[in-house]
Design a protein around this ligand. Structure first.
Ligand SMILES: [Zn+2]
Length: 489
């Protein structure tokens, strides 16, 4: 059989062989052409966004930036956060009018790209000006003006958060629970994004412990301290859905278990506590007892349902929170973990998401920073809609937890917000991280309690008491939001 075929082939005349070769070549060309078309379509439809969006694809990026002048980044009221300026010799530079107030969230675009400069890179290097303008630009050798990105950031609230943190290190996240819109995101210490190139060496020098370039709001890992009691109390409610309100604990300031002692803040005795009171007063003894009572692995399951150790549904650079206590944990670890010490570490952004979910009836909205894209003339090209991530907890759980957070303000450690004109709810935390140093101060909460419109999460590094240091920072931000001059609906 094989011989026959060989024979057949040998019979072909030289002309026939050429025809066959041409035919083969023709098929090959068609195939290549089709591959090219498929690739082009794929590139245009799918990959282009990724390629331009990827800060490391510099050669391709350069190609777009040689034709398009990088567009502006705007706050939700049109305040310019970043724009491109062209010098006398045609050299371009990026200018950030508000300097370090928006530094981490806006980012920079020299030495790589960060923040919105990275997230919105594709849009900033796309141009949707009309064809006439494009033609004119081409003829005159000018670049097309890139699209401008309108963000969800509120310039007034960002400034209020920046001012409220003062000279302290720490971070603030402000969100709209019903939409996931991030209204403000501050990290301190900061840097001047206009000076990144000039200051680069000192910004990244290894002897700097300041970590100025780090966006602490999304990337800073901290022990949660007592804000973790939101997780522990939810675990207890889940394990006791019908009789959680029967919980009682007698606090004398010190909880002793075997060789271990858990102390309430400054050894204060809270006396007889039900679950809401223990939460409102942040009674460590009660929560140590809850930790021991919970079924093995139950706290971990609850933490996972709140996205500990999981990816967060966000587009920006962030760090995953860590929760490491499994079903086999030893008792000292259970005691420490249930009061938010131990090995658990969280980002302020993650705590903000949990808070926003409580405020939004258990549904977590995907956090977003982009509102719309406009061409350089201000005509809308694209809008971004709010999207739900899913149910972080049930509506009932959110209502119970929200009620307890309200009690923190009316009767507990959140007294800094008690006299406010609006009804705030929240949880304080004072997280120890190193013997002999002040605790990190936390506050996370929302307002108004009965119809939440805004959620605020604050950490002040080495701020001591969450109620005394972080809650007043949050209050300044709530005050700005609810002030008549805030200009909001
Ligand atoms: Zn206590």
């Amino acid at each position: 059989m094989r011989l026959n075929i060989k024979k057949e082939k040998q019979k072909l005349s030289p002309g026939e062989r050429t025809d066959k070769n041409i035919l083969g070549l023709g098929y090959g060309v068609v195939l290549l052409f089709m591959c090219l078309i498929v690739y082009m379509v794929y590139f245009l439809a799918v990959q282009r966004e990724e390629i331009i969006g990827n800060p490391y694809n510099n050669p391709r990026l350069d190609k777009f930036s040689s034709q398009v002048e990088r567009g502006r980044i705007l706050a939700n009221d049109g305040t310019v956060l970043a724009e491109t300026r062209t010098g006398e010799n045609g050299e371009e530079s990026r200018f950030y009018p508000l300097g370090d107030v928006f530094a981490h969230v806006t980012g920079y675009s020299t030495r790589g790209k960060t923040g919105l400069e990275s997230m919105a890179n594709f849009y900033l290097l796309s141009s949707h000006v009309n064809l006439l303008s494009q033609g004119m630009a081409k003829l005159s050798g000018r670049k097309n003006p890139g699209d401008q990105v309108v963000t969800t950031l509120d310039a007034g609230l960002q400034q209020a958060a920046y001012n409220a943190l003062g000279d302290r290190k720490g971070a603030v996240v402000v969100m709209e629970p019903s939409t996931g819109r991030i209204l403000a995101m501050v990290s301190k210490p900061g840097f001047d994004p206009n000076m990144v190139e000039a200051d680069w060496e000192s910004l990244v020098s290894s002897d700097s412990t300041e970590a100025r370039l780090l966006n602490r709001a999304a990337q800073g890992l901290y022990p949660p301290g007592s804000v973790f009691k939101m997780v522990a109390v939810l675990a207890y409610i889940r394990q006791h859905p019908d009789d959680y309100d029967q919980f009682r604990f007698d606090c004398d300031g010190y909880f002793e278990h075997g060789d271990y002692t858990i102390q309430c803040y400054h050894g204060n005795a809270h006396g007889s506590q039900d679950l809401s009171q223990a939460f409102a007063n942040s009674c460590n003894g009660a929560f140590a007892a809850i930790g021991l009572e919970l079924a093995p692995g139950f706290l971990e399951d609850t933490a996972q349902s709140l996205l500990f150790g999981q990816d967060l549904p966000v587009d920006m650079a962030y760090t995953q929170s860590r929760f490491s206590m499994g079903a086999e944990a030893e008792e000292w670890e259970i005691l420490q973990t249930s009061i938010g010490q131990g090995l658990t570490q969280v980002t302020p952004l993650h705590i903000a998401l949990i808070t926003a979910a409580v405020a939004n009836g258990g549904t977590l909205m995907k956090p977003c920073l982009l509102s719309s894209v406009e061409n350089a003339a201000g005509d809308e090209v694209r809008t971004f809609r709010s999207e739900a991530w899913g149910q972080m907890m049930t509506l009932r759980e959110a209502e119970i937890l929200g009620g307890m957070m309200r009690q923190v303000v009316t009767e507990g450690t959140g007294s800094a917000l008690r006299e406010a004109d609006y009804t705030a709810a929240g949880k304080t935390g004072s997280a120890q991280f190193e013997t002999g140093r002040e605790s990190h101060a936390w506050f996370t909460g929302f307002a108004p309690a009965e119809d939440p419109r805004i959620a605020v999460t604050v950490i002040v590094e080495e701020g001591g008491s969450g109620g005394q240091t972080a809650a007043p920072v949050a209050k300044s931000i709530f005050d700005a939001y609810f002030s008549p001059s805030g200009g909001r609906p």
